[in-house]
Structures are given as C-alpha cells and as structure tokens.
Design a protein around this ligand. Sequence first.
Ligand SMILES: [Zn+2]
Length: 592
Amino acid sequence: MHRPDPHSYYDASQPKARRLRLKLGVDFGAKRLDGEVILEFGREISGVLHLDSKGLEILSVQVPGHGPVPWALDAADAILGQRLCLDLPAGTIEVAITYRTGAEAMALQWLEPEQTEGKVAPYLFSQCQQIHARSMVPCQDTPVVRVAYQAEVTVPAGLTAVMSAGPAGDEATADGRHVYRFTMPQPIPSYLLALAVGRLASCDLSPRARVWAEPELVEAAAWEFAHVEDMIGKAEGLFGPYPWDRYDMLVLPPSFPYGGMENPRMTFLTPTLLAGDRSLVDVVAHELAHSWTGNLVTNASMEHFWLNEGFTVWAERRILRILHGDDAAALGWAMGQKALEDSLARFQNEPHLTVLRMHLAGIDPDDAFSSIPYEKGARLVAALEREVGEERFLRFIRDYMDAFRFTSITTEQFCSFVEAKLPGALEAVNARAYLDKPGLPDTSPEFHSVQLDTLSVLAERWSDGARPSAQQIASWKPAELQVYLQKVPRNLSQADCAWLDEHFQLMGRGNHEILVEWLTLAAAAEYEPAFPRIREVLLRVGRMKYLRPLYGALGQHTRTRALAREIFAAASPGYHGLSRRVVASVLEQYPA
Ligand SMILES: [Zn+2]
C-alpha cells in the first residue's frame, strides 16, 4: 500500500478513475444532494478500491452487468473523513455509487433567500478546495488523480445551475423541475469540481468570456470585468494559448469565503470585487493565471500548494505589469509583503507552517492555509526570474507548462526540472531556504518604485505629524491609498482616525480592500464612529481575508472584544463553515 497524499485514502497501488459521470438532484428543502456517481476506469480492473468520503450516506454500490458490490465505510477521521472500501469483481470497467450528502458537508453552502441579493430564491455553491470534494461526491480526492467529467444536475424550476465545465444542454423535466447538463473533457483534480445553483443571469464580455451573477448584480459585474478579454490575451502572450476553451466567471453571494476560486471554465468570485471602479481586478488576473499555473500544472498534494499559488501570484503581477505598468506591479508586491508579514506573525509558534515544502500528515490543510505559499512562493519564483533574466525565465516557464501539462507534480519534480533546464539557479537563489526553512530569506527579492517609496516614507512619518497633501489625497489611486493605510502605524489615536476618515472619506468606500484596512485600523483604535460600519460589513461579508484581521483587531480591547463576540453570534449562521472556523480560532486567542 502506498498513499502519496497524506490528505487522501487514495492508494497508488490501486487503479485511478479516468472519468466521472455525475447525476445530482438538488434538494433545497432537505439541504442535500441526491447523487449518483459512476467512476470509469477505461480498462478492466478488479479487487480492493479505496475512495474518500466525508459525511456521505452511501445507498448502493453496483458494477453494471455484475450487480451489487460489497462495500464498507471505515470509522471517521476528523480531517480525512471515512475511507469507503469497495471489493470489485473481475472485469469491472466502471462502478456506480448512489449516495446522499450530509448536513455538515463542508463543500456545500446552502443559502436562504435572505442571504442573496434578490432575496427571493435559495442558493447553493460548492467550494472543494482544499479537501472537501469528498463531502460532495465519493471519489479519489487527491490532485494525484485527474478526471474528466460529465454531469446532469436537476434543480427547482426557475433556478440555473453552472459548473466548472462546459454547458451541454438543459430542459424541463416531467415533474416540473429543470435539468442542466455539463461536460468537462479535460482531466482535472477533484478540488476543481464546482457547482452553483441560484437565480442567475449572464452577460457576454467576449466570444469566449461571460459573467454570471444574480440578475440584480449582473450589470455591475459586466462593467467591472469588461476588460477580461484583454487580460486573457496578455496572459496568452506570457504562457501560450488559453487551454480551457471558455473563461466564464460567476459572482457569488457575499458569504463566499474566498476572493476567488479558479474553477476551470467558471471562476468563482466574491462580490466584494465589485468596487465600481475596476480597482480590484487583480483577483481576476490571479484566477485567470491559475488556468495555467494550478489547473494545467497542479500541485500533487497540499504539501506542495506553493507550486499552485506562488507561481500564480508571480503570474498575476506579471499580467498586471503588462496591463498597468511597473508602479502597479510594485504596489501589488507591497500588498503581498504585508500579507506575508501578517501570516509569518500568525505562525510564529508554528514555524513548520512557514516553509514552502510542507509536511502535513495529521494537519488539516485549511488550518495550514495562509499567505505564505502565495507570497513566499512568488518571491522564490521572482528570485529565479531575476537570477536567469526575464526572457530566459519565460522560455523556461513555457517549457515547464509543456512538460507537465495536465499532470500533478511535487516540489521535488519541480526542482529536478529546474536543475535540468536552469542548472545552478536553485543554488544561486538559495532555494532551500525558501523550501525547507521557516520565515523569509534575507536575500529574497525586494520591489521598489518611486511612488511606493514615497508612500512608505509618508506613512512611516505619521507619528512625526507628516500627512498627505491635498494634492496627494485627490490624486491617489485606490491601490496607493490601500498601501498607505497598510503602512500607517497600528496604534492610531481617535483624532488620527477622525483625520483619516474626514480626508479620505473612508467610511463610505465601496472598495473593500480600503474599507476593511480602514475598519481594522479603527477597530484597533476603539474608534466608536466606525462600529456600525464594522458590524454591517461583518454581518454581510464572509470572505476570510477580511474576517481574520477585523475580528483580530476587535479582539485586542475588552470593549471591542465584547462587540466582536456579539457580532459573531449574530453573523455566524450566515457564514460558510470555513469562515466560521477561522473566526472561532481568532476569537479563542483572547480572554473571555
Ligand atoms: Zn490562487
């Protein structure tokens, strides 16, 4: 027996599924999927097969032509869930499992109509990364196994289903519901399975790009992301032809726990990106870049997550540099530096979670999640790029994509490839210090621009009375203001807060990066005029990136700690399970 992924029961001595055929009935009343999955192996197999499952009720296991198959579910492991053991007869080519999802399925969030923009229909969305596909469908839930899939999703009349796949028709059913069909011909890791069901409308942005959202938001979404085709073109210039046919996007309700999720053919996005000024499209550049780095060349397990995220952050800023220039990219790196420092501080007592090549046996990958694989990883990629030069590095990246397309690889495979193509480069940048040592190496690349340095100096001199001029206040772009606020000292006085709010009109900002940066400063200063806005944001938005610093800042003082607990009690039922866990872990660090 050989288990290559500590987060899966997949046994490498057993056959891999090649394709899934899914039938899902969406039951909003019971908050349940009634599922059938057929795992195709593409050849005759037999014997023991181990699958991942979590909270699933298994109803039957059949091999077509043979009949029922003996099966057993092992005792549940808190992180991995239950191993589903099948004993397949000789000549098995495919196996069919009927099942129901459980009430606590982490992959699925069921929203009441009140939690949506339109407030008239319920909504369902999935989030399978890191290891939650097993709570939606029994499968080999590891990126080592890649599957094509087709699906048939039956939903109540009036609702629309979308998936991380191409549409393949839809029709009304005899019992008054509606069935949507999908096909994903390219092999994907299970964490990229994705489904959303709700009252949805769409708008075409180009012949291959479309945005989906609730009807109330679709116009704003189409405006915000209007330039996506330009972005796809720039990304193709870097990495080669877009490999997934369509690039569609879905703007989700505000409880979506991430900024974006790179589900192929259907990127999922938080509505907090709808700033009204196209200032937060860096998240779209990030999710788009994943079409190559992550979705095409994939980490073999969450122990190699930096291969997905480090490359994608580097690629995102490369795209931004082409679109908006060196200054914009430097601001992006500065924002990343702040996120990296926050994560290093959070894990100061868990240094093993600050290395890139992680060892996660017995550790929940959601607990290991931080900006470190993103930003430390991107700095290693940038260091390699600086070492060998941009042109040579870009040729290397294209070779890397060609060599590993539609495969899932380890850090060790990556290093061997670099050694073969760019001999000596890993050693020259001291790659081992990134991969195996905690913290950030002193030699890691720095990113400067005149404007970034101006912002830094001005913010650092806040305590000496330095303030932005009226001309600066009027001319700063959103990213500049965000970086400035990030660099202002954390211990502001009430008068400082009042000055900032008055001069930058912070309370009414629609750009959530600026708004949340400001509210975090205000919470840390116990600045009472901001409390109603803090409450409003925390009750509405479930994006983990915002919940962690805001609840963290509220937790620092007795009075705001009580406020934090009161808000969490009210907001918690509306949060995604992942967000709820994050807030609980933030608040439990503080005395009751
Ligand atoms: Zn990413």
